[in-house]
Every structure is written in C-alpha cells, then in structure tokens.
Design a protein around this ligand. Structure first.
Ligand SMILES: Nc1ncnc2c1ncn2[C@@H]1O[C@H](COP(=O)(O)OP(=O)(O)OP(=O)(O)O)[C@@H](O)[C@H]1O
Length: 257
C-alpha cells in the first residue's frame, strides 16, 4: 500500500540536543498513530517537522510520495493538517468563522466560503458536540470547548492526514473518548490517517492501531503496532518510570508506579 506520509533518515535537533537521528516512519491510509513519550522528548517538534512547518536537520519527509518542500502550500493543506498544542485568539470571532478557517485551502482564489463550506463546518462542530455554538464568541468558551473548536476546524479542513498535538488537553473523559472514536473512524472508514500526541496510555492503546514511542535522552524510539510497542518494559524505559500493564474487564490498562 502507498504511504500517506513517509520519513526517511530523519534527523531532528533542538538547540544542542539530538531528538531523533536516522529515523524512519511510514503512515498508511486507515492507520491511527499515537505519538507517546515524556515531556521534552520531541513529540511537538516531530509533528511540526512532519507537517513541513519546521525544517529537519537531515533526511526527507514525503507526503503522498512527493517531498514536502515540493508541495505548493495550499495543495499540502488539502492533504495534511496540524492542530497545534496552543490555540490563541487575538480577536473576538464567532465560533463558526473560526471553524471556517479550516476551509480556506479549499476556496477558489479570492473566493469566499459558500453554503457547502458552512455545511461542512457545522457538521464538524456537531462531530465535537458543539452543535448550537456557531454564534458564540470564541474568546468566551471554556478551555475544553475551545479545544473542540480547534479540532472542528481541522475536521472542516478535511485533510487525508490529520496530525494533532495533544488534542485531548482540557477535554473531559466523555469528550476524550468521543474525539478519539471519531478520529479513528475517519481513518478507517475514509482511507485517511491520524497521528496524534497523547499522554493517556489507556486511551492511546484503546484507540490507536499504531504507536510511536519517543524516549528520554539515550533511549531509541520504537514504532509499530500499538499493542507491540506499548509493552510495560518499553514504556518504563522510555519514560524512566515504572509502568505496569494489565487487564481489566477485557481492556488493557496501564498504571504508573
Ligand atoms: N528552539 C529551541 N532551542 C532549544 N531547545 C528547544 C527549542 N525548541 C524546543 N526545544 C527543546 O526540545 C525538546 C523537545 O520539545 P517538544 O516540545 O518537541 O517536546 P514534547 O515531547 O512535545 O513535550 P511535551 O510532552 O512537554 O509537550 C524540549 O526539551 C524543548 O525544550
């Protein structure tokens, strides 16, 4: 199967520190990847690099077979999207307008959003349980509501590869489960793929098909099927903290000592 995203020989540094060296990754349609690792292990840096928003120090990233740098920005934005960790609102704006920013890569040059774009944006709001929030000022939302507006904007953008940096931040438990279920279903039903950073090991194992585990300094990254990568030994080594893995009512659970 052809890859949506492929990294080969990737090298990433932050300041003096090497985060990744000679790193390979292949993300195929239908896959849902959990990006795991301790604070500062390079998850955000890697997401920004794979999205083409930050240069790598070596190696190559290909989006649908073509080097990232060769994609015109608008065409790339129709194929891959990134929800960053921090969302800023400098101005007052209705929620619907914020979600409609996700449609910009799809608009004709100098064009305005049409009824189809508004329908897609409303459906995205409904998917994150924000039906009826369209006219609310984005600056008056709670942290979890604001986070879900960001997710809705990415859903409205409708890229084939969705990348999300800690999308569960600020979300309550039911919305964490609902958002992950929605993203996984998108990947599996529509031949799309998801790569999201996440600190909750239980939810990561439950919803991800694949896992990429970054380690603290000196520990090599691991990538592959989520169940295989997320062993107690590998997680304990990556985090430098004992993690136990067990079963509870048919579900795999992880507990930190
Ligand atoms: N411009 C920079 N100069 C020096 N170090 C940097 C720079 N940018 C990032 N770093 C460092 O690179 C490391 C990786 O940061 P990154 O944000 O990618 O980690 P992360 O895995 O996403 O962490 P978290 O779980 O806390 O979100 C951190 O130690 C960070 O302090």
């Amino acid at each position: 199967m052809s890859a949506l995203l492929e990294a080969q020989g990737l090298a990433l540094r932050a300041g003096e520190r090497t985060l990744l060296a000679n790193f390979d990754l292949r993300i195929e349609p239908g896959q849902c990847w959990a990006l795991l690792g301790p604070n500062g292990s390079g998850k955000s840096t890697l997401l920004h690099t794979l999205a083409g928003l930050r240069p790598a120090q070596g190696g190559q990233v290909r989006l649908e077979g073509r080097p990232l740098a060769q994609w015109p920005p608008l065409e790339a934005a129709r194929r891959r999207g990134l929800l960053p960790q921090q969302l800023h609102d400098a101005f007052a704006a209705p929620v619907l307008d914020v979600v409609l920013t996700g449609r910009h890569p799809h608009l004709p040059r100098w064009g305005w959003e049409g009824e189809d774009d508004r329908r897609i944006a409303r459906a995205a709001l409904a998917a994150v349980d924000l039906y009826g929030f369209e006219a609310r000022d984005v600056r008056g939302l709670s942290g979890g509501e604001r986070q879900r507006v960001g997710i809705a904007a990415l859903l409205a953008q409708a890229p084939r590869l969705l990348m999300l940096d800690e999308p569960l931040a600020h979300l309550d438990l039911p919305h964490q489960v609902a958002v992950l279920a929605h993203l996984r279903a998108l990947a599996q039903r529509e031949e799309r793929a998801v790569l999201l950073s996440i600190h909750d090991l239980n939810l990561a194992h439950r919803f991800a098909t694949h896992a990429l585990l970054l380690g603290r300094p000196g520990v090599a990254p691991r990538a592959g099927a989520a169940d295989a990568v997320m062993s107690a030994a590998a997680l304990s080594e990556a985090f430098g903290h004992r993690v136990r893995r067990g079963e509870l009512q048919g579900r795999t659970v992880f507990v930190a000592d």
